[in-house]
Design a binder for this molecule. Structure first.
Ligand code: PNS
Length: 162
């Protein structure tokens, strides 16, 4: 039986913490689909096309079992459309836990056949967030250790362009 997982998120933009989770999840599952949400609740800095393209570039050296798609609506439906029985999420610190627990239970209620698997973020990336990386870049700080190379370049362009 082949094990398929989705790794959903806003990825505005992908950080090294996300990249590390994606890399490890790709080793655990036969197929991993990174799902980039069109999230009407958030006003993203990067368009959906940019976010998808930046993730594709960032995972280009991974095994070929990783793909990137954008999606709308419920994560469980995105998972089911792709034949995935697992949702992967990263946990950076205990502060992530409560919201993730709620999401995992909600998703389980919606689709009992889709389970959530948590991976602890690598220790060195435990402090990272997309929001902080954007803020550092906005003020001209060095984000090279925080985000994948293609994202750092895009943030630098954004910062330079105002
Ligand atoms: O990167 P984020 O913003 O923490 O990701 C949150 C995400 C996209 C996983 C979550 O908001 C989500 O699954 N949204 C899709 C709508 C949905 O399925 N809601 C019900 C489960 S919480």
């Amino acid at each position: 039986m082949s094990h398929v997982a989705v790794f959903p998120g806003s990825f505005d933009p992908m950080t090294n913490a996300h990249l590390d989770v994606a890399r490890r999840a790709a080793q655990l599952f036969d197929r991993l689909i990174v799902g980039v949400l069109h999230n009407p609740k958030k006003r993203p800095v990067f368009s959906i096309e940019q976010r998808v393209a930046l993730i594709r570039e960032s995972v280009a050296d991974f095994d070929t079992n990783v793909e990137v798609q954008d999606f709308d609506g419920l994560t469980v439906e995105f998972a089911q459309r792709n034949g995935a029985s697992f949702i992967v999420r990263g946990l950076r610190a205990v502060s992530d836990f409560e919201a993730e627990l709620q999401m995992a239970h909600t998703n389980r209620k919606l689709a009992a056949s889709v389970d959530t698997v948590f991976l602890m973020s690598a220790l060195e990336y435990g402090y990272l967030s997309s929001t902080l990386a954007k803020e550092v870049a906005q003020f001209g700080g060095d984000v090279s250790g925080m985000v994948p190379g293609p994202v750092a370049a895009a943030l630098r362009l954004g910062a330079a362009g105002g």
